[in-house]
Ligand binder design. Structure first.
Ligand code: ATP
Ligand code: MG
Length: 446
């Protein structure tokens, strides 16, 4: 049996610190779905998982398991297994006893061996069953911990960064194993990670959290192709999307451009519908988002329809083997997205007078994802940390472009660049996406 998990406006307030660490989270997780909760450290991922497991009280809102109100259900009544980041195995028990332990608790008179053996076969850990945790490697211990969760045949799995203590190679292998295992078992899984590539490779859907507030929940393709705001755009995808501050110029009698400081992106005629809609931003500051695949090295004469031309000064070249990341200076000003690496929700007063609370709630609801504070900072930051520190301490560029290792690019070269404006993202001053227009349906087969 697998189950549906629904959260309706679920909040968590720790009164000791007066902080609302999860803020009116609503999510519907379908039976058998693999949902990833993704966000920077401290954004409330583990708290959400612990509330679903019943290890943490829900301050406000409702948790439904298969449509039944479950806020007050004890953890043991939820039939949910949790795998933690710091997998704790009983050190004095063998692998077999560790896996069989929850089964013996559940049904003391039944021999757990057949289930333990079947689980071990599924995970390929038959040869580890007679060893103690101290005789196992980190990856092997994690498999045994996984076995302990699986053997119970729970109706849902909650996994809290189960792979983060492992080295990159093992992590990749176990990631694939988890994906195929949960698919085979067809059990609803909520998986927490702060690693966007892990989220993208595992999830049927990815829910992006920032400061306890849900920013977007969608398929991996959609969160990448149509991020709702600048935070999601910046959090998802490597190399990180280029975010540049721009000014829309839409003269009545000339080409529409987005001024990037020293250069401008000219939007080709006839304007696409999305670009026509940008007209209303005339004279306003916006944030231009360019994924590295939207820019290529090439002269104006080589431009394809829809490509516009700028020039970049090479600041830094990152050789990665199969590709090269080139950091260009284009004379633009990067937009700063706070909280990308480590969001710590601000402690804010939670005991307000009722009227004040209602008014604030209305304002917050209207502000949508702004509930956790502005997604983007357009004020000049006092001290902006460099996005990438070049080894010799030079200023990093404002535009990172991915290219093949064929180009021999060196520091100080002026390089012609072609920008595919069909793949341009534009966000408003609050960081909300305005291009492609928010109501556009993803046309991902294009
Ligand atoms: N018992 C507690 N009392 C007060 N504050 C808490 C408590 N537990 C967690 N917090 C705070 O709640 C916020 C969310 O914590 P949580 O553990 O859910 O974050 P997370 O997204 O899982 O982070 P990480 O990726 O680092 O594990 C953090 O700011 C944390 O300091
Ligand atoms: Mg956590």
């Amino acid at each position: 049996m697998t189950r549906a998990i629904s959260l309706h406006d679920v909040s968590k307030v720790y009164y000791a610190s007066d902080a609302r660490v999860v803020d009116r989270l609503s999510l519907d997780i379908a039976p058998g779905e693999f949902l990833v909760l993704l966000g920077p450290s401290g954004c409330g991922k583990s708290t959400v998982l612990r509330m679903i497991a019943g290890l943490e009280q829900i301050t406000d809102g409702r948790l439904l398991l298969d449509g039944e109100y479950a806020n007050d259900l004890p953890p043991s009544g939820r039939d949910i297994a949790m795998v933690f980041q710091n997998f704790a195995l009983y050190p004095t028990m063998t692998g077999r006893d560790n896996i069989g332990f929850p089964l013996r608790i559940e049904a003391p008179s039944t021999d757990p061996s057949p289930r333990v053996d079947a689980t071990a076969r599924m995970l390929g850990i038959e040869d580890l069953l007679d060893r103690y945790p101290g005789q196992l490697s980190g990856g092997e211990r994690q498999r045994v911990a996984m076995g302990r969760a699986i053997a119970r045949h729970p109706s849902a799995f909650l996994m809290d960064e189960p792979l983060s203590n492992l080295d990159a190679k093992l992590r990749n292998r176990l990631r694939a194993e988890i994906a195929s295992l949960t698919r085979k078992l067809g059990v609803t899984t909520v998986y927490v990670t702060h690693d966007q590539s892990e989220a993208m490779s595992l999830g049927d859907r990815v829910a992006v959290l920032r400061g306890g507030v849900l920013q977007q929940v969608d398929t991996p393709r959609s969160v990448y192709a149509l991020p709702r705001n600048v935070f999601v755009a910046a959090f998802i995808g490597t190399p990180r999307i280029n975010l540049l501050r721009g000014l829309v110029r839409a003269p009545l009698d000339g080409a529409m451009t987005i001024n990037l400081g020293k250069q401008a992106l000219r939007l080709p005629e006839p304007l696409s519908l999305d670009h026509k809609l940008l007209r209303v931003q005339q004279g306003r500051e916006v944030i231009v988002g360019l994924r590295s695949e939207a820019v290529r090295i090439g002269r104006l004469a080589e431009a394809r329809p829809g490509e516009t031309h700028i020039t970049g000064l090479v600041e830094h070249v990152e050789f990665q083997g199969h590709e090269v990341l080139v950091h260009f200076n284009t004379g633009s000003r990067p937009a700063v997205v706070p909280d990308l690496e480590a969001a710590r929700p601000q402690a804010r007063p939670v005991r307000r007078r009722r009227r004040e609370t209602r008014m604030l709630d209305r304002l917050r609801a209207r502000a949508g994802s702004l509930r956790a504070g502005p997604v983007v900072a357009l004020d000049e930051p006092a001290e902006q940390p460099p996005a990438v520190a070049s080894p010799d301490g030079r200023q990093p560029g404002d535009l990172v472009v991915r290219t093949t290792p064929d180009f021999d690019l060196r520091y100080g070269m002026h390089v012609p660049l072609l920008v595919d404006v069909a793949h341009l993202f534009v966000f408003d001053q609050h960081g909300e996406r305005i291009c492609p227009a928010p109501d556009r349906l993803p046309d991902l087969d294009e």
